[in-house]
Design a protein. Structure first.
Length: 323
């Protein structure tokens, strides 16, 4: 339309837009997103400020060596200012954070804990479903295959009043009736589901409720509940909860009436996915980093001074053209 090729636009962007890392915040969020299956590192780490939703930086990979090298280059006095760090359930960051952030408290994002528990409940559901695989037309198999999302919902969000016609049940039922039917198929599924609900009750509390409760004692009871199910997937959850107990208990911290979590990162990750999708995928990490930071941070600017170093990668020489 303007007589400018997309290649020229990319060159102009690379020349004038180089976004610098922002200062580390008091509350630091660390998460990952999928970049490209064709790149050397498929999962970069995104660093965010919990209090103002600013993207601090994007690191090419969340692997131990790269993160360690990245953090080592940041001045110690700046790292000392970080008070809280929230990450997912990965064990990668724990040794790094103890080394590079001496004054910080490590938190596990409570949404990731819930996701882990739901994933394991789903594994239990699939294992039980395979018992009925020889008769795929059976009500048991079809309900376990097509109505499993009800198992993953919080009991508080299950509709117990609205009747709707269900093709598999062949009658008008409520969500709660479908849930009870699913749980009646196998005692392991019921126990795993009940343990999941116990954790949600423990986790879904207000700031005032936390101040008036003994969360450590409650978490110990939840872990015991998972262990006593005798369901292999739930026992695996119990082991993880035991290993990450301190970080889970630390997650009950509120800043400016908001519970610390990686939710802002999850929101930005959705925009990042859209940016990568609109570009039909990207393999140049430095260009992608600049583009994400420039578009997602409100007050990022460009410079009128040209950067002489190259971002565009030099590929293999083109072969002879064959007609």
């Amino acid at each position: 339309m303007f007589g400018v090729s997309s290649t020229r636009i990319m060159e102009m962007f690379d020349t004038f837009v180089r976004v610098k890392r922002h200062s580390l915040p008091r509350v630091l969020l660390i998460d990952e997103f999928h970049f490209s299956r064709n790149s050397k590192y498929k999962y970069p780490a995104i660093l965010m400020n919990f209090e103002n939703n600013l993207i601090i930086d994007i690191v090419e990979s969340r692997t131990h060596d790269i993160m360690s090298d990245y953090l080592f280059k940041i001045d110690l006095e700046e790292r000392k200012k970080v008070e809280y760090i929230c990450t997912d359930m990965s064990f990668i960051f724990k040794p790094l954070l103890k080394t590079y952030f001496p004054n910080s408290t490590l938190l596990v994002d409570h949404f990731h804990v819930t996701r882990l528990i739901n994933d394991q409940l789903n594994h239990t559901r699939k294992r039980i479903m395979r018992k009925y695989v020889k008769n795929k037309k059976s009500r048991e198999y079809r309900l376990l295959k097509h109505r499993y999302k009800i198992l993953l919902k919080s009991k508080n969000n299950i509709d117990n009043e609205t009747f709707k016609y269900d093709k598999i049940m062949e009658c008008h039922v409520t969500e709660n009736m479908i849930l009870e039917t699913l749980l009646s198929f196998d005692d392991e599924l019921r126990q795993a589901y009940n343990a999941k609900e116990e954790y949600l009750i423990f986790d879904q509390v207000s700031k005032g409720e936390v101040n008036n409760s003994n969360k450590r004692k409650e978490l110990d009871a939840v872990i015991k509940k998972f262990k006593h199910t005798h369901v292999e997937e739930s026992i695996s959850v119990a082991v993880t909860l035991e290993h990450r107990k301190e970080e889970i208990l630390n997650s009950f911290i509120w800043i400016n009436d908001r519970r610390i979590s990686n939710e802002p990162c999850e929101g930005k990750n959705n925009y990042v996915k859209q940016i990568l999708s609109n570009a039909n995928g990207m393999s140049n990490f430095q260009r992608a980093r600049n583009r994400i930071l420039y578009s997602q941070n409100k007050y990022e600017t460009y410079t009128m001074n040209e950067h002489t170093d190259r971002i565009k990668r030099i590929g293999n020489p083109r072969g002879a053209y064959k007609k």
